[in-house]
Design a protein around this ligand. Structure first.
Ligand SMILES: *Cc1c(COP(=O)(O)O)cnc(C)c1O
Length: 366
């Protein structure tokens, strides 16, 4: 067997007859920036999420940066966020000049430990930036309650959680602004870089649209200092073709995750999904001893795995100036050493999933 960690060619084969004409339509029209394809995707995605506004941007990282900027978060402000995430979450905070204040992970869900947030709130705190990591949603009831009590903004990092739900409400739609990445490997992926924000607040949507278009609302009239960050027409056309499949893919990911859980629960721990939550299962992570040896064992059988993420953000070299040290967030540090991601994508066959799970079980019965 050869089971790649992710195989986008398999998905492309199933939608090629729709994607190719969509891309060709853009090539024929020769409108590449801020035109009809983007408008359509923004409307469709807003409709899918159940929000009033979606604004396409260049990437998920930009979505996070522009969200914080639109909320006037910058120098002297603190933003509370998990240390266990992809680095981009924190890069956005430091990019706007604010200070990230890290919180440890919950040992079962691997998400921000909501019981530890309140202790970190100071006079300087402006926002909470939770991450729906691996596709599983944080406890948004608790986070929204804390935000209301302390008058804080909430920006959700939903870059791994397209279509995930908490009590039947979609990821990204709880806070002031939700942020999405359409990096090719994400659950809804473009064929290049792309991202978006969603919000119900029209002023925020308008501000972010201006910031991403040189700070102008009327051409060549610049009301604020903006930059250039746009979701281009080719990517928008691809995303519009893919969006109607998202729910089907989401269900397939959940079927695969259920099968993994059923086959593996006697051997190892997997990410716990809280009741009332449906994960988007961007990643399927297992918590294991002897991770490196297991990886080698699986690799020899043709099963490719990855580590998300080997170093928690508070221990990254680029943030040594923040003054954190090893031992500050024991759960996140333990997870960095113990979590392993198995292949999960809608096109995996049941036979492949069983082969992966059985191989993991075999390793621990040796
Ligand atoms: C992918 C990702 C991002 C950044 O998205 P890009 O489109 O790659 O810039 C941010 N946060 C998380 C949790 C991600 O997984």
């Amino acid at each position: 067997m050869n089971i790649p960690f992710l195989d986008l060619q398999r998905q492309y084969k199933t939608i090629k007859n729709m994607v190719n004409p969509a891309v060709n339509r853009v090539l024929k029209n020769q409108f590449f920036i801020l035109s009809a394809e983007l408008k359509k995707f923004e409307d469709d995605f807003a409709n899918y999420l159940g929000v009033k506004h979606v604004v396409g941007l260049n990437s998920g990282t930009d979505a996070l940066i522009y969200a914080l900027r639109a909320l006037n978060i910058g120098k002297g402000d603190e933003v509370i966020t998990p240390t266990q995430s992809f680095i981009a979450t924190t890069l956005a905070i430091t990019e706007v000049g604010a200070t990230p204040v890290f919180v440890d992970s919950d040992p079962k869900t691997y998400l921000i430990d909501t019981s530890k947030i309140e202790a970190e709130i100071t006079k300087k705190t402006k926002a909470i930036l939770p991450v729906h990591l691996f596709g599983a949603m944080c406890d948004m009831d608790k986070i929204m309650r804390l935000a209301k009590k302390h008058k804080l903004f909430v920006v959700e990092d939903a870059c791994q959680a397209h279509g995930a739900t908490f009590k039947n409400k979609k990821a990204g739609t709880f806070g002031d602004i939700g942020t999405f990445s359409f990096y090719p490997g994400k659950n809804l992926g473009a064929y290049g870089d792309a991202g978006a924000i969603c919000t119900d607040i029209p002023e925020l949507a308008q501000k972010i649209r201006m910031l991403g278009n040189y700070g102008q609302r009327i051409k060549y009239h610049h009301d604020t200092i903006g930059l250039n960050s746009r979701l281009d027409e080719i990517q928008a056309a691809v995303l519009s073709v893919k969006l109607p499949f998202l729910d089907r893919w989401h269900k397939k990911r959940n079927t695969i995750a259920n099968l993994y859980n059923r086959l593996l629960h006697k051997t190892i721990k997997t990410q716990q999904i809280a009741i009332n939550n449906v994960s988007a299962y961007h990643l399927f992570v297992i918590e294991v001893d002897d991770r490196d040896t297991l990886r080698e064992y699986l690799e020899k059988k043709g099963i490719h795995t990855l580590i998300h993420y080997p170093v928690p953000i508070h221990l990254q070299k680029c943030y040594s100036n923040l003054g954190y040290k090893k031992g500050d967030f024991t759960c996140a540090e333990k997870n960095a050493e113990r979590l392993l991601s198995l292949p999960i994508y809608p096109e995996l066959t049941e036979k492949e999933v069983r082969f992966v799970a059985n191989s993991v079980n075999q390793f621990y019965s040796l």
